[in-house]
Write a protein that binds this ligand. Structure first.
Ligand code: FAD
Ligand code: N01
Length: 536
């Protein structure tokens, strides 16, 4: 079901307690919580409906890489009990239906204006209110602004010369047409080999006449072994539901930090390595203690995975090109696939290694590398996102003294707890940089953040505070702690989007927080009367 796309009158001079930007899982839950707290709320969403990631990423094969039972909210037990996932890793249409179900079940759609992009948010120190303006002419005054704008919601410009010259069809995985794309009998180029490409290539290859995959950096991918969910699996989840929810609420980690010098080896390591092929995807990597701290251990695991790739791909030269090297497994987001490597055994699939023959330009007819030009009917750009900061910096956000967020983050994003930015009172970021965010189960992190934000607003309102704001010194200390937590980890050595390395000119800063006990810490801050925040 689409959103309220009919022409409407722009909001002028309207005033609410909370503006929520984005109608993904974060925005939906925030609207629900704000309403429960008796606050007036206005939501804006650039897309034509709810779902965020799952509204935009409709490419073939799109699905979650965290098992669906866990890629689910826990804040409503009724919701958990009435929703039935069909597969271990649910496909995009089903996750979108889940978001739509939540929107309808809790009557959240009327709070949003869809097809409406927030262009600016400006803080007025005299009134301590934000003025939020949109591309539809809305101008709304709000005490609080919650940016639920997503970490992977701004597709990256492909940065390939000639990209606008191509006469055939072009598609970005992150802006996929709702009516789908018919690849039947077509010559298709796929540029990129991240998760979006790795999920879509096997399905595109089934329909297309030919698929040419342009790979710059091979990725590590583990098999999904996706399957329908049995009643027993669902029942098991529901039986353990309250325990699981309580565990998330208490901030316990499924994989507590091992002693820093603990080196797993022998039979234990062999068991963990074979666990990588059991279909638990990223969880099976997180299960290997100190994987991201011990280069020799990591390399041993890399070599194990490389050997498996060599076994899955018949042509040894193609296999060697697909084998990832030069960075640690886990340092770029690993993928979870269905038949990715086997797809290179098909006669209609070809791999171009851009490290050997880089792209010179896209032409009217196709793609020209240093080895020559290949004509195509369709080019699929699976080239990723301006992650974590992209959506926030696209807006003109101005805090105290008219300072823009772009200015505040010129050297990379700085936040207190990933939730607020000093100098930008009453404005929250959901799963912002400096929080576990993209290195966690995002739906759980969203739930934790929204609960925290909701409590913070209630607390500040309860003491008649006009503003709640991160203290600059608390922010500096947090940023130092986030950096310290990442220090010495193998994440820092890879040119990944976690580091901002995929976007030319973006400061290279490792953005997620990988320290221990994040949830416990933010709850303690709240319990200590929002330590590190100040009110006016
Ligand atoms: P989003 O879902 O990104 O929603 C943000 C919304 O804000 C978007 O709809 C956007 O249009 C809107 N918006 C942004 N800027 C503006 C503006 N200025 N004005 C108005 N609207 C705006 N995470 C996992 O944990 N597990 C997974 O398996 C997983 N799979 C993923 C698969 C794909 C293909 C992608 C791209 C991401 C995946 N993620 C996964 C991460 C995923 O983004 C999160 O899990 C989650 O859906 C994010 O929800 P959100 O509400 O925070 O943001
Ligand atoms: O994007 P990516 P994505 N010329 O940045 C290549 C989540 N997600 O959309 O590595 C040639 O990972 C680029 O090459 P290189 C998940 O968190 C999850 O696939 O920069 N190539 C890379 O190969 C994921 O990590 C799922 O050398 C160019 C690719 O494009 C995140 O979203 C599914 C290029 C981009 O890969 C992003 O994934 C999908 C150029 N100019 C997404 N520019 C699940 O499975 C870029 N590339 C749940």
């Amino acid at each position: 079901m689409a959103g309220n796309a009919a022409p409407r009158t722009a909001l002028k001079g309207s005033s609410v307690d909370v503006v929520v930007v984005g109608a993904g899982f974060g925005g939906l839950y925030m609207v629900h919580k704000a309403r429960e707290a008796g606050l007036s709320v206005q939501g804006f969403e650039a897309g034509g409906g709810v779902g965020g990631t799952w509204y935009w990423n409709r490419y073939p094969g799109a699905r979650c890489d965290i098992p669906s039972l866990f890629y689910s909210f826990t804040w409503s037990e009724e919701l958990a009990r009435e929703w039935r996932w069909s597969e271990k890793y649910a496909p995009q249409p089903e996750i979108l239906r889940y978001a739509e179900h939540i929107a309808d079940r809790f009557d959240l759609r009327p709070a949003f204006h869809f097809n409406t992009r927030v262009e600016s948010a400006v803080f007025d120190e005299a009134t301590a209110r934000w003025t939020v303006r949109t591309d539809q002419g809305d101008e709304v005054s709000a005490r609080w602004v919650v940016m639920a704008t997503g970490c992977l919601s701004v597709p990256k410009n492909p940065d390939i010369p000639g990209a606008d010259r191509f006469k055939g069809e072009t598609h970005l995985t992150g802006l996929w047409p709702h009516e789908g794309v018919d690849f039947t009998g077509k010559r298709v180029a796929v540029i990129g080999t991240g998760s979006s490409a790795i999920q879509s290539i096997p399905l595109i290859a089934r329909d297309a006449a030919q698929v040419t995959v342009f790979q710059r950096t091979p990725n590590f991918s583990l098999p999904a072994l996706n399957s329908p969910l049995s009643d027993a699996e669902v029942d098991g989840y529901l039986e353990g539901f309250t325990g699981y929810r309580d565990m998330l609420r208490s901030g316990q980690s499924i994989f507590p930090a091992p002693p820093p010098d603990y080196r797993v080896q022998g039979e234990e390591l062999e068991t963990l390595k074979s666990g990588l092929w059991n279909g638990m995807g990223l969880m099976s990597l997180f299960a290997i203690p100190n994987l991201m701290r011990m280069p020799d251990l990591n390399e041993e695991v890399c070599e194990h995975v490389r050997d498996r790739v060599r076994q899955m791909v018949r042509d040894p030269e193609v296999a060697e090109r697909l084998v990832p090297r030069g960075y640690a497994i886990g340092a770029k987001r690993p993928c979870v696939d269905t038949d990715y490597y086997a797809t290179f055994n098909r006669d209609n699939v070809r791999l171009v290694d851009l490290r050997e023959t880089p792209i010179e330009t896209i032409t009217k007819m196709g793609v020209r590398t240093t080895a020559g030009e290949t004509p195509f009917d369709v080019i699929v750009f699976a080239t990723g996102f301006d992650a974590m900061t992209g959506a926030l910096l696209k807006m003109d956000i101005r805090g105290r003294d008219g300072r823009t967020l772009g200015e505040a983050w010129a050297e990379g994003p700085k936040t207190y707890l990933g939730l607020m930015v000093a100098g930008f009172p009453n404005l929250f970021t959901v799963t912002g940089p400096g929080s576990p965010s993209v290195l966690s189960n995002m739906i759980s992190s969203i739930e934790q953040h929204i609960d925290w934000i909701d409590n913070a607003i209630t607390w500040a309102n309860g003491r008649q505070a006009r503003t709640l704001e991160a203290d600059p010194s608390a922010q500096e200390a947090w940023v130092a702690h986030v950096n310290e937590a990442a220090e010495g980890s193998l994440y820092l050595d890879a040119a990944s989007w976690y580091m901002g390395a995929n976007v030319p000119g973006k400061p290279r800063v490792f953005m997620p927080y990988i320290g221990e006990g994040y949830k416990i810490r933010i709850d303690e801050v709240a319990a200590r009367d929002y330590e590190g925040f100040r009110t006016e």
